[in-house]
Ligand binder design. Structure first.
Ligand code: G6P
Ligand code: MN
Length: 446
């Protein structure tokens, strides 16, 4: 089985390789081709991978290339984990929005739109090359904003592209632990878009345990989402939101916390990774491990601080994120082993408020034929309107990115519920265009 990883110089690639090394099963990946535009970042990452593989029999071989077509040819699976504009671009996305008084975050609000405007043109190009060179390959999209990017790629690849995120599975794991039930025995009634989903039911043997959990204050304060949103708010919502919904339900607080911080998350990570990739020598793996721990333990730190939620729990630091979801998905496809996973796929009737081609994040039945969405749990009514509103902004971004329409880019910003102003949208777009060279493709009047 040959796997190609786009964005192969990325910081989180060793997480994927570690999961591949641990996989001793039938149909395992035997060769990994890394592709990146930056050969020197890839060289640093391959040093980490070589240390990881030391002493492991049959470790998957690793090769590198900066040529996209060469990377795609012959691939069975393609992981797309690119970051257009790098973390420096992310820092701009976040800073500009915060300076204008609105949320600056990698995937949410103005920051997410700017990131999408940079990324979708590249994702669109990759999808076309995959369709031409590796039409039988499965593409697993890790690239954020994952829902929007997966939808853009699906226009060329149909159901051959599947988007993933670790947050629904992480939420499911935490809820199962609090309920004292085996995560494998729980059916998660999760529905929404990427980073915009709600856990609306938690069934064990057909019985929904969520209503009981929502009335148990002690249980609710014992896990991350319970502490972030608070028992009262969760009961009012009647579901447990994805942690990224903290930016919506507590917008003012999270903006204030981000503005008060010394630097944005993107700027912090950019600085941290500049140090890592400069590799002062010694063990690349040891350096990588300590940078990873610093990253994981500060994840959403401002949200936790704004909510008085305390430190991140150690068991949430290393619970197996994206790479575990990706491996479970690959295994189910390769071996036709039926599995239910929460994935980003085309809706096909799963969420009634959205059309069939809208990419949604819902439980899917997976096998050799790919991922098929199951009928999703009905969403709370306010959640339905958020989902349709954000889908409209995602689609305006895709339109801007694929046609070059500045008008569509402005629309995306203006109608986003966390911006909701044409005047502000105009200012944001003007600043993003000045600071982000990757938006140079936008044309026409806004
Ligand atoms: C979670 C999200 C990802 C995000 C990651 C890292 O796992 O699901 O989409 O990329 O956190 O966030 P960070 O702020 O550390 O880049
Ligand atoms: Mn995610």
């Amino acid at each position: 089985m040959r796997l190609t990883v786009l964005g192969g110089g990325g910081f989180r690639i060793p997480l994927i390789y570690r999961a591949l090394l641990d996989d001793r099963g039938e149909g395992r990946v035997t060769h990994v081709t890394l592709h990146d535009l930056d050969a020197s970042r890839m060289a640093t990452i391959t040093r980490v991978l070589a240390e990881q593989a030391a002493g492991v029999p049959d470790a998957p071989g690793v090769s590198v290339t900066t040529d996209l077509d060469e990377a795609l040819t012959g691939a069975d699976f393609v992981f797309s984990a690119i970051r257009v504009g790098g973390l420096e671009g992310r820092a701009v996305d976040e800073r500009v929005a915060l300076e204008e008084g609105v949320l600056g975050q990698e995937t949410v609000g103005a920051g997410g739109i700017a990131y999408g405007l940079r990324t979708v043109p590249v994702a669109d190009h990759i999808a076309r090359r995959v369709a031409a060179l590796a039409p039988g390959a499965w593409v697993i999209n890790f690239t954020n904003p994952a829902g929007m990017v997966t939808e853009a790629m699906s226009r060329h690849l149909g159901d051959r592209v599947i988007g993933i995120c670790d947050t629904p599975a992480g939420l499911g794991r935490r809820v199962a632990r609090v309920l004292g039930v085996d995560p494998a025995a729980v059916s998660l009634g999760y529905a929404g878009l990427n980073h915009l989903g709600w856990l609306c039911a938690v069934r064990v043997d057909g019985r929904d345990l969520l209503p009981g959990l929502l009335h148990d204050d002690a249980a609710l304060v014992s896990f991350e989402e319970g502490r972030l949103f608070g028992a009262e708010r969760l009961r009012a919502i009647g579901a447990i939101p994805n942690e990224y919904l903290h930016y919506y339900y507590f917008h003012d607080e999270t903006v204030a916390a981000a503005r008060a911080a010394r630097q944005t998350r993107g700027a912090f990570l950019a600085e941290q990774q500049r140090r890592f990739y400069a590799h002062p020598g010694g063990s690349a793996l040891a350096l990588w491990n300590s940078a990873l721990l610093a990253r994981e333990s500060t994840y959403m730190a401002e949200n936790r601080e704004a909510a008085g939620a305390g430190e991140r729990e150690s068991r949430d630091l290393d619970a197996g994120g994206y790479e575990q979801v990706a491996l479970a998905l690959m295994r189910a496809i390769t071996l036709d082993e039926r599995a239910t996973l929460i994935l980003n796929v085309r809706n096909r009737g799963s969420i009634a408020a959205l059309d069939d081609d809208a990419v949604v994040e819902v439980p899917c039945s997976v096998g050799a034929g790919g991922a098929r969405p199951l009928a999703a749990e009905p969403l709370p009514s306010h959640a339905r309107s958020l989902v349709t509103g954000i889908k409209a902004t995602d689609r305006a971004v895709i339109e801007a990115a694929t046609t070059g329409s500045r008008r569509a880019a402005l629309l995306a910003l203006a109608v986003h519920p966390l911006i909701d102003s044409v005047t502000l949208a105009r200012r944001l777009l003007g600043r993003y265009e000045r600071e982000l060279p990757q938006l140079g493709y936008l044309r026409g009047r806004s």
